[in-house]
Design a protein around this ligand. Structure first.
Ligand code: SF4
Length: 278
C-alpha cells in the first residue's frame, strides 16, 4: 500500500480526486463559487492533463474521481472523457443539466454501463424560486433532463443548495423530495448543502464561511494548481482565491498529494470537517 493509500484508508484525506475541467458556464447563478458565466476566463485543465493526472491518481491509491467547473458538459470532449474516467474508477460529474440536447444524450449513453453519476443542481420545488438563483427556464430544463438520463440508465444524484438549510420550510423540502422521487431519484441520491460564502455568494451576502477547519481535505486539481477542497479554487472579482492553495504544480501528482496530507496532518487535534457536502 502506498503512503497515500494509507492516508486515504485512515481518512486523513478523501479518496476522490477532483478535476476543475473549466470555469465557464452557460448559466450565471447568484451563489456560484467560481463566478462562472459564458464569457469568464476558461481556466481549462485540458483532456490530456486530466487523463494523465487520473492515471497517476489511480496508481497512487485514490479511489474515485470527481469532475466539476464551470459546466463540464459545455466541453465537447466531456462525454468521452467521463467514460474514460469511469472505466478506471467510480466517477461523479457535477452538472447543471441544461445542455443535454439529443446529441449530448446520445454521446453520454455509454455512461450507463459505468460507475458514473451525474450530480445535478435543483434547489427548489417551485420554478419561480428555483430560477431566482439559477436563471430563467432552469427548473423546466432540469426536470425535463433528469427523466431522460434516468430512462437511459445513467446514474443521477440531485444536489440542493440552500442559503440556510436549517431554516428551510419542511413542506417545501418534502415537495422537492416528492419531485425527485417522481423522477426516479431515491432519497439516498439527494443531498442538501449550504451555500458557501465564497465567489459570487460573497457579493450577494449569502452562505456559510468555509476554510481549512470546515472542509474535508480532498485533492482538487485546476489549471492553476492543486487545492485543499473542491470548495477552494473559487473566484472573486475575476481573481482566483489562493487561500486554500496546496501546490502551484499538479505534476507529479504525488507531490501535490503529499502536500495535502501534510496540511491535513497539521490540522489541530480533534479537527473534524463540518462541511462534507459533495
Ligand atoms: S453554480 Fe454551477 S451552473 Fe451555476 S453558474 Fe456556477 S458553475 Fe454554472
Amino acid at each position: 500500500m502506498t503512503a497515500l493509500a494509507e492516508a486515504i484508508a485512515a481518512e486523513k484525506i478523501g479518496g476522490r480526486v477532483w478535476f476543475y475541467s473549466n470555469y465557464h458556464c452557460n448559466l450565471q447563478c447568484s451563489y456560484c463559487l467560481t463566478e462562472s458565466a459564458p464569457l469568464v476566463k476558461r481556466r481549462e485543465l485540458g483532456r490530456e492533463a486530466i487523463l494523465e493526472r487520473a492515471r497517476e491518481a489511480s496508481a497512487l491509491g485514490f479511489t474515485g474521481y470527481g469532475v466539476t467547473g464551470g459546466e463540464p458538459f459545455i466541453l465537447d470532449y466531456m462525454p468521452d472523457l467521463v467514460a474514460e474516467l469511469g472505466r478506471e474508477l467510480p466517477t461523479i460529474v457535477l452538472s447543471n443539466a441544461t445542455l443535454f440536447n439529443e446529441r449530448r444524450l446520445r454521446e453520454i449513453e455509454p455512461l450507463a454501463d459505468l460507475p458514473v453519476h451525474i450530480q445535478i443542481s435543483l434547489d427548489h420545488p417551485d420554478p419561480v424560486e428555483n430560477d431566482e438563483m439559477r436563471g430563467p427556464e432552469n427548473f423546466r430544463k432540469v426536470v425535463e433532463a433528469i427523466p431522460k438520463l434516468v430512462e437511459r440508465g445513467i446514474g443521477v444524484r440531485i444536489a440542493t443548495t440552500l442559503d440556510d438549510p436549517d431554516a428551510a420550510d419542511p413542506e417545501e423540502q418534502e415537495r422537492l423530495c416528492e419531485l425527485h422521487r417522481s423522477m426516479g431519484i431515491p432519497d439516498e441520491d439527494h443531498v442538501v448543502r449550504p451555500v458557501i460564502n465564497r465567489g459570487r455568494a460573497v457579493s450577494n451576502e449569502m452562505g456559510v464561511l468555509a476554510g481549512f477547519e470546515q472542509l474535508e481535505p480532498e485533492l482538487t486539481l485546476t489549471a492553476d494548481g492543486a487545492f485543499y477542497s473542491p470548495f477552494a479554487p473559487t473566484v472573486r472579482g475575476g481573481r482566483l482565491d489562493t487561500d486554500l492553495l496546496v501546490s502551484r504544480t499538479t505534476s507529479p501528482l504525488s507531490a501535490a498529494a503529499g502536500s495535502l496530507v501534510r496540511i491535513a496532518d497539521d490540522l489541530p487535534a480533534g479537527h473534524d470537517a463540518s462541511i462534507g457536502i459533495r
